[in-house]
Structures are given as C-alpha cells and as structure tokens.
Design a protein around this ligand. Structure first.
Ligand code: PEP
Ligand code: MG
Length: 576
C-alpha cells in the first residue's frame, strides 16, 4: 500500500528510484575513566583519529574536485579548517586530562560547549552552523571506534534516493558524485547545508520528513516531489505514470532552456526585458555565468561583513567589489550598501547595546549606516572607487523617507571630498538608486524616482512590512503571500512611478525569481528582473513566450480584485 510523507521541499525536481537508508558514520560516545598514567596514550589516540578524519576529507576533496564548483568545496574546507585548528584538538586534550575521561567523551563535552555557543547566536543562519561542529565531532568519534572487518561489496548509489537523519556536506558531495537521484532527511531546514548544496547541485531534496527512516523500507520504491515536499512510498501504477510523465516534461524543458543561454529576453510582442542576477559574494558570479552571461542587479554586501563578523575596512571592501566587477568582464554591477540588522546581525563593535525587540523594524540597513556614518563613508568610498573601473551602480536598502535621502547625499558629497583630497581614482558621477521595500517608500516612489537614478523592488521585505509578517517566523509564514492585493498595489505604484519619471525599476526580491509570478509582473509593466542564477532561464523562457498586450488587461483585472483566493485563481489562469 502506498504511503505519503510530507516535509519541506528545498530543491525542486522529481525523482523516482529505490530508497537507500543511509546510516551516517555516527557513534554514540560512551564515557569511561582513563587513569592519569594513561592520559598521554589517550591523547595520542585522539590525535590519530583527528588525522584520520582529516585524511578522509582530503580524500573526498580529491575524489570530487574536478567537476565541483569552488563554493561547494568550501563546505568541506570549513570542516577541514575546524579539524586542523589546533584549538579544537587542544580543547579535547585538556578535557581528557581534566576529567580523566576517554577521547570520545572529551569530544562530546567539547561539542556540547561549542553547540551551546552557536545556539545562543541571534542570527538563524549562524545558528544552523552548529551542524558543522556536530558533523566534525562525529567523524572523529567514528575514527576512534573499532571498525568491524567488512568483506561486503560497497553499495551502488546511482539512481537511489538517500534517506538519512541528516547529511554532512562531505556525504552529500560524495553521493552527488555517485549520481544519487534525490535526498530525504529527517532534520534540517531550507537554510541547512544539505538544502543549500542540493539546490546548488540541482538534486531534488526534501528535509524535515520526521521518522522517514522508520516509515520507509530500506529498498522500497519511492517518488520524490521536491516542489511540494512529498515522498510517496510504494507508489501505485497510476502515480508512477503521472510522475514519470512529469519528470520527462521537466527534463525536456530543462534541456530546452539551454538554448536560451546568452539569448535576449524579449516578449512575443517585441518588448525587451532585462534580466540580471542576485549575488552574495563575488564567487557567486560563477553560478551566474553557468546560466547566463548577465550582469548583477543585486550584490548583498553584508555577507562580507557577516563572514568576517565585524566591520570591514575600505581597502578590503574595494578589493572585494573589484573582484566581483572583474569577474563580470564588463557587465554591470549593482552594489547594495550594507543591510545589516534583523536576521543579518553581527554582534561586535558595529552592533553594541541590547538586542532590539523588533530588529526588522529597528536600526537596520540605511538607518544603521546613517547612525554610524564613519563606517558608511568607508563603504561609499570603496564603491565609488570601484565605479571608476566599470559599470557600477550603488543601491540603498530600506529607504523610507526623503530626509534619509538628503543625509545620504550629504555623506556621498563628503566621501567624494575625502577621495579628492587623497587624490584617489573614483567615479564622481556614480548612479545611485534605492530599494523599494518599505510601504512608505512605495507610496513615495514618485518622489524617489525624481531624485534617484533607479529603483529596485525588494519584495521579501515589502511583503514582510506591508502584511506585518516576520519573514523568518514559521508561525506566520502561511500569511506571507506576494499576491496579497495590498502588496500588488504597492508594486504597481512603484512600477508606474518609475515609468512616468523615465527611471528604470527592477525587482530583486524572490517574487521576481518565481516563475509563477513572471506573467503577472510583465502584465503589470515590470521590464527588469534581478533573480537567482538558477531561475534565469526558466523566467526568460516564460518572458519569451508571453505577449504583454494580452497580459496587461488580465493583470489590470487582477489589480482590481480584493479577494485573495480569486486573485490566486486568476494568476493560475494566466499561467495556464
Ligand atoms: C528584499 O527585501 O526583497 C531583498 C531583495 O533584500 P533582502 O532579501 O536582502 O532583504
Ligand atoms: Mg530587503
């Protein structure tokens, strides 16, 4: 009999194959007493296990290196860094001596201490990084364990659907190398390493399927629907037929998309549409180039600060932005000034004082930059210097009022003066634009459009602030809907404001990357999308098969509608 399990679909796609219930190399640590005269021996046992664990990871890297992108290998490097950090080894060594305990137990104590530090972090992304500590410790503990002699053949993973409690980055990469069809894990969220890797590697994946290892038989046939987060066990003939067809269609469509690489995005009635990519780091441009030779419409510079967990000096910023520009080989780069705060927080000198009660509504983004102008000036100088080397624009996040714009203009002038005094090379005519992601800014977009060189709609925050829904709060996530009539009105106001002031308006929020909304946005007059790399070709395909003349009246009908369910059904019709 079929069984359907639900989880969170974190990487789209359909897979059909036999399950492989994967038992990770974890060992439950047991505590036992090690008398003082054996401490040194126990420490040596620990060192040997750490060396073996690190050798295993180097072997994995060697095995997968050729065809694996740098940013993915970085996951393994982060584990190697931890393993090879003398402080890690020293911590466990001193626990062996202090508690007269075995190496496995010392590692467990060390692990619990580090996990607690991560658990106390405000940033949800950094909190998930405790998984790295757990994975590294488990690998060493496994090396410490006695290994049974095995004469059995290694399992062939090609085409299998891996079911596990969780997966380490190294496990995931090796499995991808062995061509597994999909992943299902019991734990993890959309920001877990498994999810990030699966998306980057294009493997269907579902996380958070509780008790999957008990409910799925070890070699049972499965269907995985990564879009809806559904796992169908022991499917009947009808389901198999349906999903085989769907998978076939998906594969065909993907292969067809390739013909769109480096082709213009232009509607059936001849309207050119600009598509650019969103990046967090210069290295992400590699992904962009894989999908299209396009420029960058949103470079989130706060990731540089988050990686360093502190303020970054002008020179480092300049070099990093320049690296991004040179990787683009002449294509445009829109650098967004710092958007720290809310779920992107660093706890250092930049963020002293108690945590705000509502950080998303607190000292975030441009508000924070204006409060700390010394740091902001460094960034302004770095961006204007890079702009002397190519097509670089500067974009301000979370703009809310014209008064902020006045303050920014004064600081930009001041930064220019400093650069002149230093005789630095810079572009004193850089284009400056603003993110429209606060309802007040959308309502004032006509004024911003007259004062700025471009606008970019940040739907992730615009939805959050319009509907009063914390975008990272699971409890209210069900209310987070880009099709809410109030959100659509604000988007429309902004697009129209740009058109009448003849100022470009892009959309860089996730709504622009979601193919379900492409036709609606085109009908509303959007002609500039800045999106995730792997969505570029699918969105372009929809654009190239759309007629704006047909879509416009349908979008107008949707904009007149106040009933969310009706809007959803009209959008479905638009996509059919
Ligand atoms: C947005 O808010 O839509 C956006 C693109 O910015 P971020 O997701 O970085 O807040
Ligand atoms: Mg935003």
């Amino acid at each position: 009999m079929s069984i359907i399990l639900n989880g969170i679909g974190v990487s789209k796609g359909i897979a059909i194959g036999n399950a492989y219930v994967y038992v990770r190399a974890t060992t439950r640590a047991k505590e036992y007493n090690v008398p003082a005269k054996y401490h040194q021996k126990e420490v040596e046992r620990l060192h040997l296990a750490v060396t073996e664990a690190s050798q295993q990871l180097h072997d994995v890297k060697q095995k997968i290196a050729q065809e694996t992108p740098e940013d993915i290998l970085a996951f393994i490097d982060s584990h190697l860094l931890m393993l090879e950090d003398p402080a890690f080894d020293e911590g466990a060594t001193s626990i062996i001596k202090e508690f007269s305990c075995n190496a496995e137990w010392a590692l467990q104590i060390q692990c619990d201490r580090l996990v607690q530090v991560f658990d106390e972090m405000e940033d949800p992304y950094l909190r998930t990084r405790k998984d790295d500590v757990i994975h590294v410790v488990q690998r060493i503990q496994h090396c410490l364990a006695e290994k049974p002699k095995s004469t059995s053949e290694p399992v062939r993973l090609k085409g299998r659907i891996v079911i596990s409690d969780d997966l380490t980055p190294a496990d995931t990469l090796v499995m991808q190398h062995e061509k597994v069809a999909a992943f299902v894990t019991e734990f993890g969220g959309p920001m877990s390493h498994t999810a990030i890797l699966a998306r980057n590697l294009g493997i269907p994946a579902i996380v958070g399927v509780h008790n999957a290892r008990q409910l799925i038989h070890p070699t049972e046939k499965l269907i995985i629907d990564g879009h809806y987060g559904a796992v169908i066990g022991d499917p009947d003939a009808r389901s198999l037929k349906h999903y085989r067809n769907l998978r076939q269609q998906n594969l065909k469509r993907k292969a067809e998309y390739k013909r769109l690489i480096n082709k213009p995005a232009i509607t059936l009635d001849g309207c050119p549409i600009l598509i650019q990519g969103n990046i967090d780091r210069p290295e992400d441009i590699r992904n962009l180039k894989h999908f299209d030779d396009t420029g960058v419409g949103l470079y989130r510079t706060e990731m540089l600060f988050l990686e360093n967990n502190q303020a970054v000096d002008e020179e480092t910023q300049f070099k990093t932005y320049k690296r991004a520009l040179f990787r683009l080989k002449g294509k445009p780069l829109t650098i967004r000034t710092l958007d720290l705060g809310a779920d992107k927080e660093i706890r250092d000198a930049l963020s002293q004082g108690p945590m705000a009660h509502n950080p998303a509504m607190g000292l975030r983004a441009i508000r924070r930059c204006l409060k700390e102008p010394e740091n902001f000036i460094h960034q302004l100088c770095a961006i204007m210097r890079v702009a002397a080397y190519g097509d670089v624009k500067m974009m301000i996040p979370m703009m809310t009022s014209i008064d902020e714009l006045e303050q920014i203009s004064a600081l930009v002038e001041h930064a220019k003066e400093l650069l002149r005094q230093r005789k630095a090379r810079f572009n004193d005519d850089i284009e400056i634009g603003a993110m429209i992601e606060v309802p007040a800014a959308a309502l004032s977009s006509a004024i911003f459009a007259h004062r700025l060189d471009f606008l970019s709609i940040g739907t992730n925050d615009l939805i959050q602030y319009t509907l009063a829904i914390d975008r990272i709060d699971d409890e209210v996530n069900y209310l987070y809907n880009p099709l809410h009539p109030a959100v659509l009105q604000l988007i429309k106001i902004t697009i129209d404001a740009g058109k009448s002031a003849k100022v470009p308006v892009s959309m860089c929020g996730e709504m622009a990357s979601d193919p379900r909304y492409t036709r609606l946005l085109l009908g509303m007059g959007l002609d500039y999308f800045s999106i995730q790399a792997n969505a570029i070709l699918e969105v372009k395909d929809i654009i190239n098969n759309s007629d704006i003349g047909v879509l416009r009246p349908k979008a107008e009908e949707i904009l007149r509608c106040h009933d969310l369910q009706k809007i959803e059904s009209l959008v479905d019709q638009l996509n059919r």
